[in-house]
Design a protein around this ligand. Sequence first.
Ligand SMILES: [Zn+2]
Length: 236
Amino acid sequence: MNTHHYLRHTITAALPYANGPVHIGHLAGVYVPADIYVRYLRQIGEEVLFVCGSDEHGVPVTIRADKEGLSVQEVVDKYHQLIDAAFARFGISFNIYSRTSLPVHHQTAQDFFKVLYEKGVFRLQESAQFYDEKAGQFLADRLIKGTCPVCSFPDAYGDQCENCGSTLSPDDLIQPRSTLSDAPLVKKLTRHWYLPLNEYEAWLREWILEGHAQDWKTNVYGQCKSWIDQGLQPAP
Ligand SMILES: [Zn+2]
């Protein structure tokens, strides 16, 4: 029995994306180390909740659905079941393995948004975004490809070049094109709500870099410090 302190631990690990199976690299790099730590805490008598789940939202799921000729729901059902079963067979001892598509997660995410919205925190901005007229939709950065301005790789994504690792925006790409159709890209006005992170820079700097400097892994601290030092931007 542990008597020197009383702590409750919530442990989580990166949510696997439900657009493919987990592979041995994910297990070795993420879930086995977390599981070892959780089992250690349980053995010494600590109270632990080990929570994880499939990430079933976002663009890669829609791209996978197009590739497999399935609906988005069919894709996330298929891979959630595969991933869940793989973790169980591998003996990863989650207390809860959930999925982001459950109503409780939608409700919680909407509550965050609504509270901030009602406080008038967001800045509404119109901006011109790439639009595919044949597909009839605005294109997320991942759905745009073009030539990398840094290394000339012809298949760079609108958010990143996988050849040289540069972070990009779709406007950086040379000859940007849609991955959904062969229609030429046009720009259309759309509305977005921005969280003005720039207005919170002072206390974020204090809280992350000074108040909790010892709590982060070196690379996490370094990444946050570089973002804050460059000046935070409103986040869509
Ligand atoms: Zn590149």
